[in-house]
Design a protein around this ligand. Structure first.
Ligand code: NDP
Length: 246
């Protein structure tokens, strides 16, 4: 993989789970990283302390992904701090597990605000300051395409919207050499989807590999897509799911 050293990245939801692994992977590859958090200020501050060094700067900015103004001001702060933007990773997301009679309109509005509108806002504000040849990587989910269990209709809808947004915006930004892709994880062991939950055995039984992935599995793919080596991949939705969809 070609080097991403000295690039600048903005990662949403970098305090925990997959986002934290992405921040770690990029920072240890020599990327200067700004990441957002919403509730986990302590964890975010510890991560900044741990990863900041003489060669790599990491900053954390509080920004609710459901609040357009806070995302735009976080991106502008990152741009002012580092003077450029090369890589945008839209990772922040929420899940819901409810079947049709129990889905509320408040759940509907919140998941659209955080998982879809927030992604669009970050792409629009990020692309406005991004260098030509930049990278936009959205974290979707395999449930955008295939869904074997009840209870994930709203979540799947939001991730299908991310995949469609990715395809459309890849056309808008292609002339600038900016690639736009979605990474679609399957079960990854995080607070959102713990490998020891009641639901986990059912998921494992549906996977070719029969076990959960790690947050680092996703971070490795994100780092590759962020690199010059991935310059011909755009508009794609890439499953990384231990064969859940196979
Ligand atoms: P976690 O719940 O473990 O972590 C979520 C992260 O996103 C936290 O850092 C959290 O920050 C942040 N976040 C949540 N809501 C907001 C918000 N409103 N504004 C800003 N940041 C927010 O989730 P995962 O790491 O598992 O998920 C990360 C992404 O991967 C999501 O988009 C999810 O849909 C997707 N995904 C996950 C899968 C899995 O199996 N784990 C499978 C498929 C997709 P804070 O703690 O500071 O609030």
């Amino acid at each position: 993989m070609e080097s991403i050293k000295n690039k600048v990245a903005f990662v949403t939801g970098g305090s925990r789970g997959i986002g934290q692994a992405i921040v770690r992977k990029l920072a240890t590859a020599g990327v200067n990283v700004a990441f957002t958090y919403n509730n986990s200020a302590d964890v975010a501050n510890k991560l900044v302390e741990e990863l900041s060094g003489p060669e790599t700067q990491v900053i954390a900015v509080k920004a609710d992904n459901g609040d357009a103004d806070s995302i735009v001001s976080a991106i502008n702060k990152a741009h002012q701090t580092f003077g450029k933007l090369d890589i945008l990773v839209n990772n922040a997301g929420i899940g819901t597990m409810a079947t049709l009679p129990d889905i509320t309109l408040a759940d509907f509005d919140r998941i659209i605000a955080v998982n879809v509108k927030g992604v669009f806002v970050a792409i629009q504000a990020g692309a406005a300051v991004m260098n030509d040849g930049g990278r936009i990587i959205n974290i979707g989910s395999t449930v955008a395409d295939r869904n074997a269990f009840p209870g994930t209709a709203l979540y799947g809808m939001s991730k299908a919207a991310v995949a469609a947004l990715t395809r459309g915006i890849s056309r808008d930004l292609g002339p600038r050499g900016i690639t736009v892709n979605t990474v679609q994880p399957g079960p990854i062991d995080t607070d959102m989807n713990p490998a020891d939950s009641q639901f986990a055995d059912l998921l494992r039984s549906a996977m070719a590999l029969g076990h959960y992935g790690s947050t680092n599995d996703i971070a490795e793919l994100v780092a590759f897509l962020a690199s010059p080596s991935a310059k011909f991949i755009t508009g794609a939705s890439i499953d990384i799911d231990g064969g859940l969809s196979s």
